[in-house]
Write a protein that binds this ligand. Sequence first.
Ligand SMILES: Cc1cc2nc3c(=O)[nH]c(=O)nc-3n(C[C@H](O)[C@H](O)[C@H](O)COP(=O)(O)OP(=O)(O)OC[C@H]3O[C@@H](n4cnc5c(N)ncnc54)[C@H](O)[C@@H]3O)c2cc1C
Length: 412
Amino acid sequence: MKIYDIAVIGAGPAGCMAAIQGAQQGKNVTLLEKNDRIGYKLSLTGNERCNLTNTATMEVFLEKFGRRGSFYRDAFSKFSNQDLMNFFIKHNLELKEEEEGKIFPITEKARSVVEVLEKVLDEEKVKLIYNYPLEHLHKTSNVFKLSSIEGEFINAYNVIIATGGVTYGFTGSTGDGLTIAEFLGHTITDLKPGGVPLRVREEWIHQLKGVTLENVGLTIGYNGKKIDLPRGNLLLTHFGVSGPIILDMSHIIVGLMKEHGDLKLYIDFMPEIRKDALGVLLMEDFQKYSKKSLKNYLKHHLPNNLIIPILNTLIIDPQKKLNQITKKERLQLQEILKSLPLTIYGHLPMDKAMVTCGGVSKKEIDPQTMESKLVKGLYFAGEIIAGCGGRGGYNLQQAFSTGYVAGVSATK
Ligand SMILES: Cc1cc2nc3c(=O)[nH]c(=O)nc-3n(C[C@H](O)[C@H](O)[C@H](O)COP(=O)(O)OP(=O)(O)OC[C@H]3O[C@@H](n4cnc5c(N)ncnc54)[C@H](O)[C@@H]3O)c2cc1C
């Protein structure tokens, strides 16, 4: 009966890196993948250009993973963003830096990243077994017994589960590893979507699909409390809102929605000016340009396609001259320019999210080795671990770093 030193489950970035590291230390490694290829999701990342990592500092990396981000300090030091870049450069894939420190392959093709992993897995003689959907895993004395849905059995002294989260299920990430981890006694934290667009109740917004509101201020309101989001671009869609800020903050917003129900999203079209100063400006302008129509005047302050819909919600005639606007209407305009309220009532389904926030509880994983604190010889790597990072290459770095640490640790 053959017993592998290490069996890695799932050939995404985390599993591939874990298998490569295990094999480089001279271990007998098998990588089991339910698809007929490696890195399906990886090949779709960054609009198929793959935002591999980021040049940000360690502190920024940890911040991007939220409250328990410091869990990754060890993994990010053992295999840093620079180490990851060196890995690909060493294997002849040049990289380039874009805005906000995002790193992409110079080919602008995620496929090139997958090809490097394929090549290195082959060079390191990792035994790749495709079409192997792991269904069951249990340990008897010091050996793990793995079985697929078709009942193919494999034995290994160490197992690394790197089956990803539960989004984009068609790529293979359907949460199988979470079921197996739970069966082995692990706690699975609440699974929330990360990087997901949000649904807005106000239907007039849906008509404005494709419009980007540039550099607006955004605030979330719930239960009498307010949270300011970073300033940035907001994309309007046929169901609500998306764009970088929403995708980055969606896991927090979804969490608040679960607790408090519908939320308000306030849009500040003029974040560089205080509300009282805007009041004075409007008063002066309305005198100065008294013969101008309101519709024409608002072009200075609002994107063109929003003027009529917003005036409709306020029931103000867009053709009215500025000297006909009542004080009440002027105050309403002041309010709406600083704080247009939209109602957030939901999000696109989990499967459409970029990442799964939630997974195997970090409390049950040793951050130095990625080994389970409950089952000796069992390791976790990648998105299966609870929590998630923001956009910008942070999630792939997490997958590669935790894969590296799990792979190296499983050889010891
Ligand atoms: C559209 C999209 C774009 C993205 N873009 C970026 C980006 O540009 N930058 C970034 O940092 N992050 C990005 N992400 C997130 C990133 O892709 C993930 O965080 C990352 O792929 C997680 O890696 P992983 O190895 O943990 O899991 P996955 O990549 O999900 O791989 C898991 C593997 O396990 C296999 N598997 C699952 N169950 C079993 C089983 N029972 N038996 C055998 N094999 C199994 C799956 O088939 C899959 O191959 C993006 C995500 C999406 C959906």
